[in-house]
Design a protein around this ligand. Structure first.
Ligand code: SF4
Length: 353
């Protein structure tokens, strides 16, 4: 594992030894400024470190100025082809650009963008998508998208920026094909020191998309590859942020508040465990401390099986147990079990305040 170069996106550091930054994308145009602002603020509150916004035209680029005043989270302007939009976005206070310098025409256009980005300390993300590799790359690499082609495509854009003396670069090589995306990032990690933004693109709806993203992003993070991530879902972007947080916590990199552990249930279960687990999951969201909370189906094995949990409950017929680190704290009527668990966690949250 090698340490990448560090860049700054507003108040957030990416690369080097910085924590993995969670990104998502607003579903509103900056032109719908109030809607975009309230969504972006909600995404920030949910845990997004950086939010990307699509900037399809001049109006959108100009609207970034008002949007900037309404949100504090760093924003990335997503721009295709038109270098003038990049200039306007930077003048409007954007914190980073996602633009491919090879797609913005003449060299002098690149120079204009790079000059302003340098002046304003704005990094540029080069984003390669397997589905939109240029003809010459496809021809060179067998006529269809490949990891090798994605890497070659990314390096072409990198070279353009480096030739202008610009190095505040982040790279993404995304594909909807998980093995291809993993391979491309591994190859890129060997070749460059720039921070990598990981994502499985067009991953799908909540269930499938979360699994695909977890496998692709998770495999790379476990190898020490990746500096910032986006889970891409056909769903509310709040769910992208939640999934990203779960991925980071599953690979042991960051834990955001409590995590739920629950047993799969078996023939010993005598309570409605699925409902109980869902309720506990909902109610522990408000806590800040990174604790593990267990919801187990039986009082005989539950406390022992969930010994690693900081707090937990185990259901029984009519009565259940509240336990901490495998030790039973109290026995309470089933109907009061979740409230009793919350009380214990609340007491613990207040400790050291
Ligand atoms: S905790 Fe009890 S109910 Fe849950 S899987 Fe283990 S033995 Fe079965």
């Amino acid at each position: 594992m090698s340490i990448t170069r560090q860049v700054r996106v507003g108040s957030v550091l990416i690369g080097g030894n910085a924590p993995i930054a969670i990104q998502t994308m607003s579903t509103f145009s900056p032109v719908d400024t109030d809607y975009a602002a309230s969504q972006i603020n909600a995404l920030h509150k949910a845990g997004a470190d950086i939010v990307r916004v699509a900037v399809p035209d001049k109006k959108a680029a100009e609207a970034l100025r008002d949007l900037r005043k309404l949100v504090t989270v760093p924003m990335v302007a997503d721009i295709h082809f038109d270098y003038r939009l990049a200039l306007t976005a930077m003048e409007s206070g954007i914190d980073a650009l996602r633009i491919n310098p090879g797609n913005i025409g003449k060299r002098e256009n690149v120079v204009k963008v790079v000059t302003m980005a340098k002046e304003k300390h704005i990094p540029i993300r080069i984003g390669i998508n397997a589905g939109s590799l240029p003809e010459h790359i496809l021809n060179e690499y067998g006529g269809h998208p490949t990891a090798e082609g994605m890497v070659a495509g990314a390096l072409e854009h990198v070279k353009i920026l480096e030739e202008e003396g610009f190095y505040d670069i982040v790279i993404s090589v995304k594909s909807t094909d998980v093995p291809m995306m993993v391979k491309a990032n591994r190859m890129l990690h060997e070749k460059v020191k720039y921070p990598l933004h990981l994502g499985v693109t067009e991953a799908g709806t909540l269930y499938r998309g979360t699994i695909k993203s977890s496998v692709g992003i998770g495999a790379l993070l476990l190898d020490g590859i990746g500096d910032t991530i986006r889970v891409s879902l056909t769903d509310d972007p709040i769910k992208e942020v939640k999934a990203a947080k779960e991925i980071l916590s599953s690979v042991g990199l960051q834990q955001y508040g409590p995590v739920l552990i629950s047993c799969p249930t078996c023939g010993r279960t005598q309570v409605k465990l699925i409902d109980m687990a869902e309720e506990v999951e909902r109610r522990i969201e408000k806590f800040k401390k990174p604790i593990k909370v267990a919801v187990m189906g039986c009082a005989v094995n539950g406390p022992g099986e969930a010994r690693e949990a900081d707090f937990g409950i185990a259901g029984g017929k009519g009565t259940g147990l509240v336990f901490r680190k495998g030790k039973v704290l109290r026995s309470v009527p089933e109907a009061e079990l979740i409230d009793a668990l919350m009380e214990e966690i609340e007491k613990y949250e207040k400790e050291g305040e």
